[in-house]
Design a protein around this ligand. Structure first.
Ligand code: HGY
Ligand code: MN
Ligand code: MN
Length: 414
């Protein structure tokens, strides 16, 4: 095993990486080429088994922690903290095959490439996949990496009830991934994550590599509205307490505030459920979620205040009760300037056009940023599409991203 790493000439094996992406996409695969591997589901278990199997085949030391995060570690010629990469393998219910999985499998491809070349880096290397990054079944998102890095409390997260009424702790045990490794104390030398952009910026700029500057703030709130069910035909408009109307009005208000605030402000009503949900009955109950994001914390707080005022005002006018529950709240995060520059210079050295940009989506990397030098590498999403079965990234862009990941990790590990 050579100890000197002349990593400059190393390249990943794109066929091997695409083969693993294809295999993993088949676990929880859905019609149209998408993937449904909700966190802590049976499909997630099968995906976890598959990826940790690959970790062992690559000679990694595999550990599972108390919230099911899985780390594969490769010793270095020297001791010291681990240069870590990774992402997540859980998906939303209508997910694509690259969101999260690309970062995990590209990390494994880096290990396989170093193994093939007989190279041992000075610092240890690691590849991880973190539990429930999506937050689609159990909120908040970035749950596993948040617990791993001490931003979220383990016991509180194990008690979280999902959209199907199941608990994180129970489902984690059921799939056999309630590990024993401690959480909250692991500190990496650095953390670098490859991920698809999930937005239109790189593609529109004709750029292949994104040197990510940070992650915007995220605010998720669930609202339960309670009115009075009544006959759709006989009830005069002035006498209604229509939860369905208030819910719809919130969606309009959310869109209005995002357009008026402009900049990076976005607002989404992603969940909207009415009861009794019948054509001729005024709804007495509504459940909805509001997802607000902004790169600026003050503006995000202003958006939260505006939507709260609107909901309280409209509901009061309609005589509808409101209760709310915070599902997730993360402030904007800035990545490490040196890591951002390393991604940029590495992309340029390899001949790929590169630009800086913030991340619109949340990522596991944001949980590492307060604790170690952290950065991300983006590759383009075709049409900016993600959280959609049509999510697609070109093979040549995947190769570019994985080669930049290889070189940045080797650079950090020497
Ligand atoms: O919601 C997000 O930004 C991430 O996909 N969990
Ligand atoms: Mn993701
Ligand atoms: Mn996602």
């Amino acid at each position: 095993m050579k100890t000197q790493v002349n990593g400059e000439k190393l390249e990943i094996n794109i066929d091997r990486l695409m083969g693993r992406l294809q295999t993993l996409a088949g676990i929880g695969g859905i019609a149209g080429g998408g993937v449904c591997r909700l966190a802590l589901s049976n499909e997630d278990r099968l995906g976890r088994d598959r990826v940790s199997g690959w970790m062992r085949e690559l000679g990694l030391q595999v550990s599972i922690d108390r919230i099911g995060n899985v780390l594969g570690l490769r010793s270095g010629t020297g001791a010291g903290q681990v240069v870590l990469t990774g992402s997540h393998i859980d998906t939303v219910a209508t997910g694509g095959r690259y969101d999260g999985t690309l970062g995990v499998l590209a990390g494994l491809e880096v290990i396989a490439t170093l193994n093939d070349a007989g190279i041992r880096t000075r610092k240890p290397l690691g590849v991880g996949f973190f539990t429930n990054e999506e937050g689609a079944r159990f909120a908040p998102d970035m749950m596993g990496s948040g617990v791993h890095q001490g931003a979220l409390d383990l016991e509180t997260m194990l008690e979280v009830e999902g959209i199907d009424g199941r608990k994180v702790g129970d489902t984690l045990r059921e799939i056999g991934y309630a590990g024993s490794a401690p959480v909250g104390t692991f500190r990496a030398d650095s953390y670098i994550e490859l991920h698809v952009e999930q937005g239109p910026v790189l593609e529109q700029a004709g750029v292949i590599i994104g040197a990510v500057e940070g992650v915007q703030g995220i605010s998720w709130t669930e609202y339960r509205l309670s009115g009075t069910s009544n006959h759709a035909g006989t009830t005069p408009m002035a006498l209604r307490q229509d939860a369905g109307y208030v819910a719809a009005a919130v969606g309009v208000e959310a869109r209005k505030l995002a357009l008026e605030m402009g900049g990076s402000q976005v607002a989404t009503v992603g969940v909207l459920e009415l009861k009794p949900n019948l054509v001729n009955v005024v709804a007495n109950e509504a459940l909805l979620t509001v997802d607000l994001r902004n790169t600026d914390e003050e503006k995000l707080q202003a958006a939260e205040a505006r939507i709260k005022e609107a909901i309280d005002r409209i509901a009061a006018q309609e005589g509808v009760g409101v209760s709310s529950r915070r599902l997730a709240r993360f402030e904007p995060v800035a990545f490490d300037p040196q890591v951002i520059s390393l991604v940029e210079s590495t992309a340029r050295r390899l001949g790929y056009p590169v630009r800086r940009l913030p991340s619109g989506a949340g990522h596991d990397a944001q949980m590492f940023a307060p604790n170690c030098p952290t950065g991300m590498i983006f590759v383009p999403s075709q049409g900016g599409i993600s959280h959609n079965i049509a999510e697609f990234t070109r093979v040549e862009d995947i190769k570019a991203g994985a080669d930049v990941l290889l070189q940045t990790l080797v650079n950090r590990a020497q």
